[in-house]
Every structure is written in C-alpha cells, then in structure tokens.
Design a protein around this ligand. Structure first.
Ligand SMILES: Cc1cc2nc3c(=O)[nH]c(=O)nc-3n(C[C@H](O)[C@H](O)[C@H](O)COP(=O)(O)O)c2cc1C
Length: 187
C-alpha cells in the first residue's frame, strides 16, 4: 500500500470513529436529559416538527413488524380543551391507539409504548417539551368516533407536546430515579 492509500484509509477511519462517537453521545445525552414537561409556553408546535416526530414514531420496532398502531394528532383547540381541560394553547396531543388483536408472541400495548417513547424523545430532541399521560385514556376511548380512531383499536396512551421555557434546567426538572444498585443485578 502506497503513502497516498494509507493516508486515505487513515482519514476514513478517523472520520468514521469520530462520527460514530458523536452520534452515540448525542443519543445517550438526549436520553439522560429528558424530563416530563409540566410548564409549557403558548408558542405553537409547527407542522414540520409534528411530521418529524411522527416519522420517529413509525420507526419504532414492533413484534413481527406488525405496526398495529394508529396515531391521532389533535390540533383543534376545541377538542384539545375537551380532552385535557387545562392544556396550554399551542400544545398538541398525539393519541397512540393499538389494534385489539394480540396473538402469541405479540403485545400491541408494548409496541405502542415503544412508538410513544420514540416520539417523546424526538420531541425533546427538537427542543420541545413532551409528557406521556395515561389518566385521560378511558375518557378519550369513549370519544373514538369523534377522533377518527378506527373500530378495533383502543387508546393506549397520550403524548402532549409543546414549547417550553428553554431556561428550565432539564436535569433537575426530572423526577429522581432509583439508583442502579437498587435496580440492577449482575450474575
Ligand atoms: C405510561 C405512563 C403514564 C403516565 N401517565 C401520567 C399521567 O396520567 N399524568 C401525569 O401527570 N404524568 C403521567 N406520566 C408521567 C410520569 O409521571 C413521569 O414520567 C414520571 O413521574 C417521571 O418524571 P420525569 O419524566 O419528569 O422524570 C406517565 C408516564 C408514563 C410512562
């Protein structure tokens, strides 16, 4: 191998390792700095942000790649205040519904949870705040027709997304977690 080829190989290796490193730290940093937003501003979420978040949702893995989920984006201010009375203007809800069709080796609610987490992280990575809710699920399930949620699907969870005050310290806003020593065992 001549000098020029060696130089090219070394440059490619350097580029790959530095790029891979920064991608890894980007994802882990994002996960470690998430928290459930509780104070939103009235600045609206844009359609392009919503589309990116939804693309991250459908990218989630699912058992046998069955993708038995539907996402309902609620932007109507009337509907929003009916579903979540104290919601801040400019927020949106993404309702995640799963097909009522579990088979052995599948768990639709689990798949929906993975999609929800992808969208939760995506929203925060776009500089938005996000909060997962289960409490409104039964109320929303009784309004499936108004929301265009098809028969045979049930609401699993609700994701609230909005703009947040960027001055808030994300790490100290998160609720404390049990320590690794309490949660993990090694054998
Ligand atoms: C499946 C699920 C359901 C949740 N339901 C609610 C809810 O109904 N109301 C609420 O205020 N927060 C809800 N949360 C948010 C949790 O309370 C929050 O993630 C937890 O307290 C940790 O806080 P942090 O994300 O700010 O660190 C829910 C979270 C998950 C994952």
């Amino acid at each position: 191998m001549n000098k020029t080829s060696l130089l090219i190989v070394a440059s490619v290796l350097f580029f790959c390792t530095t790029t891979m490193k920064s991608q890894t730290s980007c994802v882990t940093d994002a996960i470690l700095s998430t928290y459930s937003a509780r104070n939103f501003t009235t600045k609206p979420v844009t359609d392009s942000q919503i589309e990116t978040i939804l693309k991250c949702g459908i990218k989630a893995p699912s058992a046998r790649n069955s993708q038995m989920w539907k996402f309902t984006v609620v932007k109507s201010s009337t509907l929003l205040s009916e579903l979540m009375p104290n919601i801040t203007t400019g927020n949106i809800l993404i309702i995640v519904s799963g097909q009522d069709a579990n088979q052995p080796g599948m768990n639709v609610a689990f798949d929906c949870a993975l999609a929800t987490e992808n969208m939760y992280l995506a929203a925060q990575n776009l500089g938005l705040g996000a909060h997962i809710y289960m409490a409104p699920v039964s109320g929303i399930n009784s309004r499936k027709q108004d929301l265009g949620i098809p028969d045979g699907y049930s609401v699993i969870t609700v994701l609230r997304i909005g703009n947040v005050d960027q001055g808030v310290d994300a790490v100290s806003s998160a609720s404390p977690r049990n320590s690794l020593e309490e949660v993990v065992n090694y054998r």
